[in-house]
Design a protein around this ligand. Structure first.
Ligand code: PEP
Ligand code: MG
Length: 326
């Protein structure tokens, strides 16, 4: 039975009534590419670049990163790879951050904030990403964007790095798509404005749940409150997808929610353009997508949106989905 699911994983993620979405993988090492392919991933929707910076005796240099990103681009082409710029902080600390001694690192200098402070690291990484972009279908994504100013600062630096490469005669894709993670409540609320200045959104529900519900994602004492189907989360995701579509850009989901069989049909009801999940979750989720139809998903979403409590939503969803996929 398990074998049959894996065998079918190379078929497109298309519903019974012909709605197709991108199913990509979240990975952190180039070695995981084999798993992405074996499990039927169409590309990499989230490459967590921080791992090259950890467990290393020294900081990686531009050439090392260029090689790593080029391998990904080449092996996945024509499939895409979305390279997320360094997202250190909170549970993943570099020496620079350890020195900061923040009381609340999750609310501190993490993600894009760190990169805007330590621009030499950011610029080096952007140079490597841009140079790798000529070897495949590469996009750049910024994490932890909280407002328009941060996005503009990051884009300003990206443009300045492009000019630098021009001056040195180094090749890159001048039209490289640039997207952002939507993982802070502030970004949700201004999604319409942000959508006008980027090529795509990727909704990071792991952090969005943490910051919206005020729950440390690593704290076991409050893990019972970590509820993906909290009405505030459902509405936030829908709001972001609608805002993206109004501005003509795509929105996908790259948090754990997208690998939850109970949540995927709801995301589909919102007309999500893609999902990016752990490679081993791809076959099972593709199977669900291929057996469901859009009408069903839209109806389910409509139903979910009428309920005010998580328990009601959970009961509804479980009943419906479980009936279909026991
Ligand atoms: C997220 O926040 O949902 C996400 C995908 O990114 P990470 O888990 O790396 O923070
Ligand atoms: Mg995140």
């Amino acid at each position: 039975y398990q074998k049959a699911i894996v065998k079918q994983c190379h078929l497109p993620a298309e519903t019974v009534d012909g709605y197709r979405l991108d199913v990509c993988a979240n990975i952190e090492l180039a070695e995981e590419l084999v798993q992405v392919k074996d499990n039927g991933g169409q590309g990499v929707g989230l490459y967590r670049t921080e791992y090259a910076f950890f467990n290393k005796k020294k900081m990686p240099d531009e050439e090392m990163l260029y090689e790593e990103y080029t391998t990904l681009a080449e092996q996945l082409a024509p499939g895409k790879v979305i390279l997320r710029t360094l997202d250190v902080g909170a549970d993943k600390l570099l020496d620079e951050q350890a020195m900061l001694e923040e009381a609340n690192p999750a609310l501190g200098l993490r993600g894009i904030r760190f990169c805007l402070r330590y621009q030499n690291i950011f610029r080096m990484q952007l140079r490597a990403m841009l140079r790798a972009s000529v070897h495949g279908n590469v996009s750049i994504m910024f994490p932890m964007i909280s407002g328009l100013k941060e996005l503009r600062q990051a884009r300003f630096i990206l443009n300045s790095v492009k000019s630098e490469l021009d001056a040195e005669g180094l090749a890159y894709n001048p039209n490289i798509p640039v997207g952002i993670m939507i993982e802070l409540p502030s970004a949700v609320m201004i999604a319409d404005t942000l959508a006008r200045e980027v090529d795509f959104f990727s909704i990071g529900t792991n952090d969005l749940i943490q910051y919206s519900l005020g729950i440390d994602r690593t704290n076991k004492h409050v893990s019972y409150l970590y509820q993906p189907l909290h009405p505030a989360i459902v509405r936030s995701i829908k709001y972001v997808i609608d805002a993206a579509h109004k501005e003509g850009i795509e929105a996908s989901v790259c948090g754990e929610v997208a690998s939850d069989p109970y949540c995927v049909p709801i995301l589909m009801g919102m007309r999500v353009d893609g999902i990016s999940i752990a490679p081993q979750a791809i076959p099972g989720i593709k199977r669900i997508i291929r057996q469901i139809d859009m009408e069903e998903c839209i109806e389910l979403l409509g139903d979910v949106l009428t309920h005010a409590t998580v328990s009601r939503i959970n009961t509804k969803v479980r009943k419906r989905i479980f009936k279909r996929f026991p």
